[in-house]
Design a binder for this molecule. Structure first.
Ligand code: FES
Length: 95
């Protein structure tokens, strides 16, 4: 995926090596976390961004996009996060 396709504060999902990932750009940096809610497996790509958090579309749990940390219930388990690097405008994710 091209880095320029991901605007500030936006999200996008990608399926890579069997993982469903949620990409975001926060403060100019690109982040990747699991794209499936840890509560009841909703697709977080259908959620919405509030500041630096993704809000689950199903029961409104919130997770930090930078770290995957859960910050609002009912989910209690954080999302896994993945190392990201951007080289020559292309996003690379270590899965
Ligand atoms: S499925 Fe995400 S909060 Fe319930």
């Amino acid at each position: 995926m091209e880095s320029s396709d991901l605007g500030e504060g936006s999200i996008s999902t990608v399926d890579l090596k069997g993982a469903h990932l949620l990409l975001s750009r926060i403060g100019g940096e690109v982040y990747a976390v699991d794209g499936t809610c840890t509560h009841e497996e909703a697709d977080l790509g259908l959620g919405f961004v509030v500041e630096d958090r993704i809000v689950c579309p199903l029961h409104l749990s919130q997770f930090e996009l930078k770290t995957g940390n859960v910050v609002n219930p009912p989910a209690t388990v954080s999302l896994k996060n993945y190392p990201v690097r951007v080289t020559d405008g292309t996003i690379f994710i270590e899965v």
